[in-house]
Design a binder for this molecule. Structure first.
Ligand code: SF4
Length: 487
């Protein structure tokens, strides 16, 4: 594995170790700016050394740097980016026989750590930069030492307020360069949070307020890598919403970099932006219309219409792009068969402009802290009927779309499991410990109740986390458009 690591530290007697565990593959972990930050921070401290663990390196049981077993470390810090990672995280804890302090962080913990409460001593709720969290964890001898620390949840607190830096006036000046999800590149995190209001999305809820980084600082960081790396990945939930995105891309291209944006909204595309992206090496373009019909896009409050999608696709084609990827969701509230047919129609329309189209379809997971958190999975109040309907719709899409595009459709049952892990309480822990992420196993544990519609006045497992929004606003958004109407 080729990797340039400016933070690499040698073990010597007396050093205490922190294991940074990413319970998934190296490519994802190395492309995560937050993890790079924690790694750099800990290794910069006297008396401490941090090493990384990935599931495709010694099955997550030994470190990448020195091959040391996990149980030799004082502290294990797990990054939980996806609910499915719970199973791998728990396997790693068990197989390694790790008995030090176990801490978890990442978006899943910020949404709802209750299903995994049993397996960890503490959870980080928020963004750690400029906080006392890392120091508090390093100083802690046991879970009790972390009680009452801002941004930490141990299971003993009644309320925890999310922590976050007010301004993004810092960025790693140096970073590990490896072969990550965006290839071998410099990661520039250009912003956090989102200015949009998509009802299904957790970003606007758990990374608010939207914050952007200064173009000058970003260009300075990139400049230091000039001649060493030829590509820059721009990281943000909605990259093209950066108020000075064109200036940033133009500057990076001028420095000789290829530029890979993590996401572009269709309604921000114009000729100038597309030209810049193409000159930065863009060959394939991704758009997320999310729904096929205008009616459902309105329900989602995505704020993108068909005209925006087609306009972006046409501009992309004119500028030489020959491949487009489209993201859609199914199982949306009030979804009908006509809306599913509309997905096929929209893909056909795009296909008439761009020769190579790939389509990715995911069932909607009603996520905690969003206005959709009370919705039943699949959108139907009768869970069994909803599952059957969604499977039928997904089969229809697979058949029709495969005639015109490369199509990948996520399993309705796997996403039901994701919903259970996402909206569950402590009683989900036994299912996770069992290590079989299958819906039929979840059924045996009596967990299908987490797929049902939740009454608005119910006590939610994640109520104790204060993300700074008003619940009444969520309820209002949920009730609008009659999302709450039974069907
Ligand atoms: S634009 Fe993207 S990141 Fe922003 S709220 Fe919508 S889905 Fe979330």
């Amino acid at each position: 594995m080729r990797e340039d690591n400016p933070f690499l530290k040698a073990w010597r007697k007396g050093l205490k170790g922190v294991a940074l565990v990413y319970p998934n593959r190296y490519v994802g972990g190395i492309a995560n700016v937050g993890l790079q930050y924690i790694y750099a921070e800990i290794n910069s401290r006297d008396g401490w050394i941090c090493e990384r663990f990935y599931t495709d390196v010694f099955r997550g049981l030994r470190s990448l740097e020195s091959g040391r077993p996990l149980r030799d470390f004082e502290i294990a810090f797990f990054s939980l980016q996806y609910e499915e990672d719970y199973f791998r995280a728990v396997r790693i804890i068990e197989e390694s026989k790790f008995d030090g302090l176990k801490v978890a962080g990442g978006p899943c913990c910020m949404l709802n750590p209750k299903p995994i409460l049993r397996f960890f001593d503490a959870f980080v709720i928020g963004e750690v930069e400029k906080s006392r969290v890392i120091d508090a964890i390093l100083e802690a001898k046991c879970k009790e030492d972390l009680v009452g620390i801002e941004g930490i949840y141990t299971g003993l607190e009644e309320k925890v307020r999310r922590i976050r830096p007010q301004k993004l006036d810092f960025h790693l000046r140096r970073q590990i360069i490896g072969e990550g999800a965006y290839g071998r590149c410099v990661l520039l995190e250009i912003g956090r949070g989102c200015i949009r209001r998509c009802k299904f999305c957790v970003v606007r809820q758990i990374y608010s307020p939207p914050r952007w980084r200064d173009v000058k600082v970003l260009l300075e960081i990139a400049e230091d890598y000039r001649g060493k790396v030829n590509k820059v990945a721009l990281i943000a939930p909605s990259v093209s919403d950066h108020p000075r995105i064109k200036e940033l891309i133009a500057g990076l291209v001028e420095l000789g970099f290829m530029v890979s944006p993590s996401s572009i909204r269709a309604d921000t595309v114009d000729e100038e932006l597309m030209e810049l992206l193409v000159s930065g090496g863009l060959r394939s373009f991704t758009i997320a219309p999310e729904a096929g019909s205008e009616r459902l896009r309105d329900v989602l409050k995505k704020g993108i219409d068909e005209e925006d999608v087609m306009n972006a696709v046409k501009i992309a084609e004119e500028k030489g792009i020959r491949s487009v990827k489209l993201y859609f969701m199914i199982g949306l509230p009030k979804e009908k068969d006509e809306d599913i047919v509309e997905i096929v129609r929209l893909v056909e329309k795009v296909r008439r402009v761009i020769p190579k189209v790939s389509v990715s379809i995911n069932p909607l997971v009603p996520k905690p802290h969003t206005p959709f958190q009370w919705l039943p999975y699949t959108g139907f109040d009768d869970v069994k009927r909803g599952m059957d309907e969604l499977k039928r719709r997904s089969k229809f899409l697979s058949k029709e779309l495969s005639k015109i595009a490369d199509v990948s459709i996520e399993s309705v049952e796997d996403f039901a499991v994701q919903t259970i892990l996402s909206r569950g309480d402590e009683d989900v822990a036994d299912f996770i410990a069992k290590g079989k992420p299958k819906l039929r196993v979840a059924y045996k544990f009596g967990l299908l109740k987490y797929l049902e519609r939740i009454p608005v006045d119910a006590e939610l497992p994640w109520n104790f986390i204060d993300h700074g929004y008003k619940k009444e606003r969520l309820i209002r958004e949920y009730m609008s458009d009659d999302d709450a109407v039974e069907r």
